[in-house]
Structure formats: structure tokens, C-alpha cells
Design a protein around this ligand. Structure first.
Ligand SMILES: NC(=O)c1ccc[n+]([C@@H]2O[C@H](COP(=O)([O-])OP(=O)(O)OC[C@H]3O[C@@H](n4cnc5c(N)ncnc54)[C@H](O)[C@@H]3O)[C@@H](O)[C@H]2O)c1
Ligand SMILES: O[C@H]1[C@H](O)[C@@H](O)[C@H](O)[C@@H](O)[C@H]1O
Length: 339
């Protein structure tokens, strides 16, 4: 029996997510190693590569993709840099795991879809990691099984402790609510057709220029309604929760009932402070599944189509937010290639 070679991954962008994925591939994932890292910050790339035997450091995506031993790409640079990197990876016929967003707008996402279709096989997986979280998976199975009947409503809560000072209203949709756009499409197995945004009174603790919290409402093709409380500066913890209200019952996830401690006349537990802590297992499963598929041929996780659909819903969300009006989502028909 021949032993399959380890997959050499080039990681583009070595900030918070990129560095965490490098650690993950190095320490957790089987069947892969980090063969190259790339960042426009040369020091950052060199420091990271220094701790990894055989890994080369680069400041240009092309150089990293062409580096010795590279057979796959993980893109963790900021969204605006994704399109060029994706197209180059496809031109080299390399499997790609691209952190969300696929690209920041529907037109550029469409160009990526077209390039992948021309290649003739799926090469892209998008980093919507919640699809690999055990609670989200369990909820999807329950809803798909039909014992609770049709899903009528999905209530979501997405709370971050804090955000950078440069976080804007648009980013609240494109960076944060984009996750609910994907999870709602995936949990309900239908497209989102319209978006409305409501702004309650603004928290005095939000950075200037950010109206926080906001409530985002999606309507789906089959008539379900999804509400998302997005509170980016909750201050106390990172919480991602969902409750499906169905014809014959409800189901809730994300309550965080980990260990409860009784002591000193109090009871309580801990709330994770960021996504790296809350979704560690999901990121591990996401990357392992991608590596396994990349070595075997066909990616099975969220596709470029899912990235495009989320970008289309984001565009409607940003317009709804700016105008205060219900905004319909404009999307192309799903190509048979992504059936
Ligand atoms: N799935 C998730 O939960 C999750 C969480 C956070 C971030 N993200 C996504 O991951 C990506 C990176 O986010 P982050 O939080 O790590 O950002 P970050 O700001 O911490 O890091 C970005 C890194 O990319 C580098 N960079 C900038 N321009 C570049 C370019 N053109 N090519 C290569 N590198 C470049 C920067 O120097 C920096 O090191 C974004 O797409 C973001 O939306 C996903
Ligand atoms: O970029 C981050 C990331 O995608 C997190 O998963 C999300 O919870 C945050 O709101 C967002 O700002």
C-alpha cells in the first residue's frame, strides 16, 4: 500500500485567523503541514515560518502559491484581497479554503464562480465554520428530520465582547451578520429573499459611527422569518445562539451550559470571550474535512455558491440598513454546477 504524501498548505494572511490556522495545521490536523506563509507584513510572515520546519515566508501571494511543496491554499487575508488570491489558486488548480467572506461583494463573487466553473471542478470551500459546530449540526439534523414540522421562525443572537474602533455599520452586516445569513440558508435549506434592518436606541459604549445593537430580519423563499440580534459591543461575552420555532415545538442552541460551579453562595459558569474559544472544535473539524477532501479530490464544505449567496444577501442588508427599507435580494439562478 502506498502512503499518501502530506498536503503542503500555503497560508495567505497571518493575522489572528491565519496564525490560528497555522497552529491548527501544525498541531491538530492530520495529513497536512504548512509549506508556506504569506503576509504583506514581512516580519510577521518570517516569524511564523521560523517556527515551522521547511516552511518558507513570502510577501506576495504568487510566490507563496509557487513555493516548493505547496498543494493547497488557505486564504486568511482581509476580504478585499480574496478575489485575486482565489483566481490565482484556481488557475493553478489548487484546492482552497477561503475564510469568509468569499469576496466582499456579489459581482466579484460571481467572477470567482465563473472561474471555478471554467475549471470544471469544485476547488473552493468557504470558511463558514458554524456548519462544523456540533450544536449547529444537531439543530440542522433535527429540522431536516421533520419531527418538529416546518420551521416558522428562527431567532438568532450574535454578541461580541468588543470590536475595533474602525468597525462600521456596513461591517456589522458584512463581517458579522454574514454568519447568520449562511447558517439560516443552511439550517432552513432555502434562500433568503429580503432583508430589513431595525436600529434600537444606540449603546453609548459603541465606537463612534457604529449603531450597536441592530436587529436584522430575513425573509426566506419558503416564507420563514429569521431575526438576528447583532450586538457587537456587548462587553460581557461572545455568544452565538439560535432558537428555531417550528409547528410542533422549538429547539435552542448556543446556551453555553458548560460546567456549572457552586461556591461561596453563588453558582455560575464561564462565557467564551471570542470566536476562537467558542468555535475551536468547529474550526478544527472544518480544516480537517477540507484537508481530507483536498487529498481525496472533491471539497464537500460550503461552496463558492454559498459565498456568493451570502454576498448577495449582504448587499441587500447594507442597502436595507442605509435606507431603512425592506430590500429584496438580487441573485442569479443557482448554476447546475453547484447543485
Ligand atoms: N470564520 C471566522 O470566525 C472568522 C473570524 C475572524 C476573521 N475571519 C476572516 O478571516 C480573515 C482575516 O481576518 P483576521 O481577523 O485574521 O484579520 P487580521 O487583521 O488579524 O489579519 C489580517 C492579516 O492579513 C494581512 N494582510 C493584509 N493585506 C493582505 C494581503 N493583500 N495579502 C495577504 N495578507 C494581507 C495583514 O498584514 C494581517 O496580518 C478575514 O477574511 C475575516 O473576515 C473569519
Ligand atoms: O470577523 C468576525 C468573525 O467572523 C466572528 O465569527 C464574528 O462573530 C464576528 O462578529 C466578526 O466580526
Amino acid at each position: 500500500m502506498t502512503q499518501q504524501a502530506s498536503l503542503g498548505v500555503a497560508v495567505l494572511g497571518t493575522g489572528m485567523m491565519g496564525a490560528d490556522h497555522v497552529r491548527r495545521i501544525d498541531e491538530v490536523i492530520s495529513g497536512a503541514h504548512v509549506a508556506a506563509v504569506m503576509d504583506i507584513d514581512a516580519d510577521r510572515a518570517h516569524k511564523l515560518a521560523g517556527g515551522l520546519p521547511g516552511c518558507t515566508a513570502h510577501t506576495e501571494p504568487s510566490a507563496a502559491l509557487a513555493a516548493p511543496g505547496v498543494g493547497a491554499v488557505l486564504i486568511a487575508s482581509p476580504g478585499p484581497a480574496h478575489e485575486a488570491a482565489l483566481v490565482e489558486a484556481l488557475e493553478r488548480d489548487l484546492p482552497v479554503l477561503c475564510e469568509k467572506p468569499l469576496t466582499p461583494d456579489p459581482d466579484s463573487a460571481l467572477r470567482v464562480l465563473e472561474t471555478e466553473q471554467k475549471l470544471g471542478r469544485r476547488r473552493i470551500q468557504v470558511g463558514f465554520m458554524r456548519r462544523f459546530d456540533s450544536e449547529f449540526t444537531q439543530l440542522r439534523q433535527l429540522l431536516a428530520g421533520g419531527t418538529l414540522g416546518r420551521t416558522l421562525l428562527l431567532h438568532c443572537r450574535h454578541r461580541n465582547v468588543r470590536v475595533h474602533d474602525y468597525f462600521t455599520n456596513e461591517m456589522l452586516i458584512n463581517d458579522s451578520v454574514v454568519h447568520e445569513m449562511d447558517t439560516a440558508r443552511w439550517l432552513l435549506d432555502e434562500e433568503i429573499t429580503a432583508v430589513t434592518v431595525v436600529r434600537p436606541r444606540r449603546s453609548s459604549l459603541a465606537p463612534e459611527g457604529l449603531d450597536d445593537p441592530q436587529v436584522v430580519l430575513f425573509e426566506t423563499a419558503g416564507g420563514a422569518v429569521v431575526t438576528v440580534e447583532m450586538f457587537a459591543t456587548s462587553g460581557f461575552g461572545y455568544q452565538v445562539q439560535a432558537e428555531a420555532v417550528c409547528e410542533r415545538g422549538t429547539a435552542r442552541i448556543g446556551e453555553g451550559h458548560g460546567m456549572l460551579v457552586n461556591s461561596g453562595a453563588r453558582w455560575g459558569g464561564e462565557i467564551p470571550q471570542d470566536f476562537l474559544a467558542r468555535f475551536t472544535d468547529a474550526y478544527d473539524r472544518e480544516v480537517q474535512q477540507w484537508v481530507t477532501a483536498a487529498r481525496g479530490g472533491v471539497p464537500t464544505g460550503p461552496s463558492a455558491w454559498d459565498g456568493y449567496a451570502a454576498a448577495a444577501v449582504c448587499a441587500a442588508g447594507v442597502e436595507a440598513q442605509a435606507t431603512g427599507r425592506r430590500t429584496e435580494v438580487e441573485m442569479i439562478e443557482r448554476p447546475g454546477f453547484y447543485a
